[in-house]
Design a protein around this ligand. Structure first.
Ligand code: SAH
Ligand code: SF4
Ligand code: F3S
Length: 513
């Protein structure tokens, strides 16, 4: 890991400048490689400021791990499992970074000494999957009494979930939420110091702690958080309750992270937020998402920029212009529609209607005719009638989405929609869902077909799982391509001629080999 980090000096730390010289500056750039956790005095009081405090606890964890390894005569292993969205995936990379610093070896499966589930609660089935998997973990723990189980993420922000775990899942060792993830090292040390269940869930936090270690899943691409939380309160959605209020990271911190990533071999970044279009609105003076994109674009070495998610209500003309002029921003816009019925959109508190969404799509396509537009749709929102549903089908046909994530409405306790009357009968929802799925798949397949024969830039992501003579990559518009290639191509952007379309993915041939 070659991250450069900066934090306030604590007297008990040995700090080095870039040349490896000892330094007593208050704020300075330092190389994470050179933080010697073994030199931190873990018997002294922990420092109060972050992230220095967490490095102290990483050092403490490292001693705990070393001691256990001596007792057991083998390496201590860990496993991080992620549920939910890209933001959770990025959080898990932070968890994995801390575990690596603490000295654990990633096991690749749940048969490990320390297992952490980073959970999601956006729909009921996300929760059910976690409860189901916990039964399996319990069995593993019976075979390995040294095993520790931790749960974190969005689901843990719900009181009734934590109550249920405390009552019926006593074998879980550590529970924490979304607001104190940066304290994972401290919580991990606490979990190893106690045989009781450690629970630490915060209702909110206004702090953003920078410069903790991150273990990236891919060497060549990375998510970058630009903001946390959500203020939109769409009436069906639990995210604002479990992720808290919107907080934007300072533009210079974001650019600094992107620069470090580029220096570390990353060619594609995905800027992450629940609603990136409202990035920076709380700064004084405000900073627009479009201007942030301009800054990120300047970073040498970054070839592709993606972002997720754009809320249609505040997608600006400035953003469209910046995208259209950019050589790096991918020609892909994920623009969640949720419903095509203006009446339902109002009940959902989405703050746009069918017509304004259609106009927006038109404007985006005028500026970038080749752009891929994808969306999220919910079927069966309370009070949705057949007419409302047909409005959704109408927008689907009019827009011609390149890909759609379709969801069945899931009632989330505490949200306004959960208290609405006229919940739609299950069989009705199922039938609409099937009709919608058929339609979106047909349209997406037709759209995909049109690109057959064209030459595309493809970022190679892996050797194909099923056929090792093929590699698999992503086009600018996020579609998947398989073509003949070798492992050394992974991480490179290549020109590929699309030969055959198989519905949602392509077979192609490298043009520059
Ligand atoms: N911030 C993003 C969405 C994050 S959640 C946005 O506003 O676009 C991802 C998707 O999950 C949402 O777009 C929505 O389609 C779906 N979703 C959220 N809550 C849901 C619920 N209660 N039932 C079904 N789908 C839901
Ligand atoms: Fe949920 Fe709406 Fe926020 Fe997206 S914008 S996370 S759907 S409340
Ligand atoms: Fe799920 Fe939390 Fe993301 S609820 S969708 S993991 S923000």
């Amino acid at each position: 890991m070659k991250l450069m980090i900066r934090y306030a000096v604590d007297q008990k730390y040995q700090l080095y400048d870039r040349n490896g010289e000892k330094s007593r500056e208050m704020h300075l750039e330092m190389n994470l490689d050179k933080i010697d956790l073994d030199k931190i005095d873990i018997h002294a009081q922990p420092p109060a400021q972050e992230p220095a405090r967490q490095y102290y606890f990483m050092a403490k964890c490292r001693r705990i791990v070393q001691k256990k390894e001596q007792e057991l005569g083998r390496r201590l292993t860990c496993h991080t499992e992620t549920f939910g969205c890209q933001m959770n995936a990025r959080d898990s990379e932070k968890l994995a970074g801390i575990l690596e610093f603490a000295g654990f070896l990633e096991a690749g499966s749940e048969e490990a000494d320390f297992v952490i589930y980073n959970t999601c609660t956006v729909r009921e089935n996300a929760n059910n999957r976690v409860y189901g998997r916990l039964g399996y973990l319990h069995n593993l723990k019976k075979k390995n009494p040294d095993m520790r189980i931790a749960l974190c993420g969005c689901m843990m922000q719900e009181e009734e979930v934590v109550e249920k775990l405390k009552k019926s899942y006593r074998f879980v060792n550590l529970i924490f939420g979304t607001h104190n993830l940066y304290k994972f090292a401290e919580l991990l040390a606490g979990c190893y110091a106690s045989d009781r269940m450690v629970v630490d869930v915060w209702e909110q936090s206004d702090q953003i702690v920078e410069d903790l270690p991150v273990e990236r899943k891919y060497p060549f691409k990375s998510g970058v958080n630009i903001m946390f939380g959500c203020n939109n309160f769409c009436s069906y959605c639990i995210v604002p309750y479990v992720r808290g209020r919107e907080k934007s990271r300072e533009p210079r911190e974001i650019v600094r992270e992107v620069e470090r990533l580029a220096a570390d071999g990353v060619v594609e970044v995905m800027l992450l937020g629940q609603n990136v279009n409202s990035y920076g609105k709380t700064f004084d003076p405000p900073v627009s998402f479009a201007s942030l994109l301009r800054e990120v674009e300047k970073v040498d070495g970054i070839a592709r920029i993606r972002f997720m998610t754009s809320h249609p209500k505040d997608l600006s003309d400035e953003l469209i212009a910046v995208m259209a002029q950019s050589k790096k921003i991918c020609r892909h816009l994920h623009l969640p529609l949720q419903s095509g019925s203006s009446r339902i959109l109002k009940a959902m508190n989405r703050k746009y209607d069918k017509q304004s969404y259609l106009r927006l799509v038109e404007k985006v396509r005028e500026a970038m005719p080749e752009i891929a537009i994808t969306t999220d749709l919910i079927v069966g929102f309370p009070g949705e009638t057949e007419e409302d549903f047909l409005e959704t089908m109408d927008v689907v046909k009019k827009v011609g989405f390149d890909s759609v994530f379709t969801f069945i409405y899931s009632k989330r306790t505490g949200t306004p929609a959960a208290r609405m009357e006229c919940q739609v009968p299950e069989d009705e929802v199922k039938s609409r869902f099937d009709r919608l799925l058929k339609e979106v798949q047909e349209i997406a397949a037709q759209k995909a077909q049109k690109l057959t024969g064209s030459l595309q830039k493809v970022l190679v992501e892996s050797v194909n799982d099923h056929d090792a003579s093929l590699v698999t990559g992503k086009m600018d518009n996020n579609a998947t391509v398989h073509f003949k290639g070798t492992a050394d191509m992974v991480g490179r952007i290549m020109d590929v001629r699309l030969q055959e379309c198989r519905g949602f993915y392509y077979y192609g041939t490298a043009a520059n080999e």
